[in-house]
Design a protein. Structure first.
Length: 69
């Protein structure tokens, strides 16, 4: 009797709640700080005031997918 063992492809696990929370709090602080930058500082980082406000208005659970690896 031949027994063939196969490995299943590794599954990608979604980050747990603690990992997500650990990303959300610093992100919220960064977005609030971005909202408070003046036009000169925003120009230095290549953003307009409208772009900064739009980024600051995003919900904290809206993080880049690369952060969730």
């Amino acid at each position: 009797m031949d027994l063939h063992l196969t490995r299943s492809a590794p599954t990608r696990r979604r980050p747990g709640l603690l990992r997500r929370l650990s990303l959300m709090f610093p992100l919220a602080r960064q977005r609030h700080a971005l909202r408070d930058l003046d036009d000169r500082l925003l120009e230095d980082i290549g953003l307009t005031a409208d772009e900064a406000r739009a980024e600051a208005a995003r919900p904290v659970w809206d993080v880049p997918k690369t952060w969730l690896r």
